[in-house]
Design a binder for this molecule. Structure first.
Ligand code: FPP
Length: 242
């Protein structure tokens, strides 16, 4: 563990962009544009706090049901924001990955993202994972398909399937479990995000709408996280004895 918070992986559901814009009399997409400033601040903060992995929920599989205009703006905004940040990501030693059904994204967005992934692949600081066309259930469906194919090909006996078989067939088996999941925007929901990976995560809900969220808010939540006792099914006495 590289940081004083004992954290490997923070995941954030960036919620509240639409409401932030509507409160100001603007279209929802105005909120997404300002959400980019919050992403910038939080990525910078996570690096400064030596967090190894940060996963951001940028676009869920359910988001494909939004009006086409909003989808188009979001797709362009997300890939462009990341591509525009390339120099900054390199300067901060950030490695970028994506997770989700990336093949469903428009070709232009995919190409922008692939360029950033390729350019940053040897960076050794924060790993920033952008969840795009992602849902926890579809990740588990895709995982089940991979495992079923191995069994059908005679490479795996179904009786040997264990938790590690599932872990090893996720989109990113190498990424550690989520320690802390944050949702902004005031709703108390998990919304199909990283369902397998959050099994033992601590959950924090912030009333702040995403465009107003900054690294100072992340720091405050990390400070609170350190005072929670994580028992992983054990008793408090057992945990404190170690
Ligand atoms: C949820 O707010 C937010 C999203 C669906 C998109 C998040 C995207 C960004 C912040 C753009 C930049 C991202 C990156 C990774 C550069 P909402 O629209 O559901 O808000 P509401 O709950 O107020 O309607």
């Amino acid at each position: 563990m590289k940081n004083k918070y004992n954290i490997n992986h923070v995941a954030i559901i960036m919620d509240g962009n639409g409401r932030w814009a509507q409160q100001r009399g603007h279209k929802r997409t105005f909120g997404h544009e300002h959400g980019v400033e919050a992403v910038h601040s939080v990525v910078e903060g996570a690096g400064e706090m030596y967090i190894p992995y940060l996963t951001l929920y940028a676009f869920s599989t359910e988001n494909w049901n939004r009006p086409k205009e909003e989808i188009d703006v979001l797709m362009r905004l997300i890939s462009k924001a990341i591509a525009d940040e390339l120099d900054n990501l390199m300067a901060n030693n950030v490695r970028v990955l994506t997770t989700g059904r990336i093949e469903e994204l428009p070709r232009e967005s995919r190409e922008d993202l692939e360029r950033v992934i390729e350019t940053t692949r040897n960076n050794t600081g924060l790993t920033l994972v952008i969840a795009l066309s992602y849902s926890g259930r579809s990740e588990l469906v895709d995982t089940a398909k991979k495992i079923a194919k191995q069994a059908a090909d005679g490479l795996l006996n179904p009786d040997d399937i264990s938790e590690s078989t599932i872990q090893n067939n996720l989109y990113h088996p190498e990424i550690p479990d989520v320690d802390l999941m944050i949702r902004t925007g005031g709703d108390l929901r998990v919304s199909n995000f990283l369902l397998w990976e959050i099994a033992y995560a601590e959950l924090f809900f912030s009333p702040i709408l995403w465009p107003d969220f900054r690294k100072e808010h992340l720091r405050e939540i990390l400070e609170q996280f350190t005072s929670r006792e994580r028992r992983f099914g054990k008793t408090g006495e057992q945990v404190r004895a170690h």
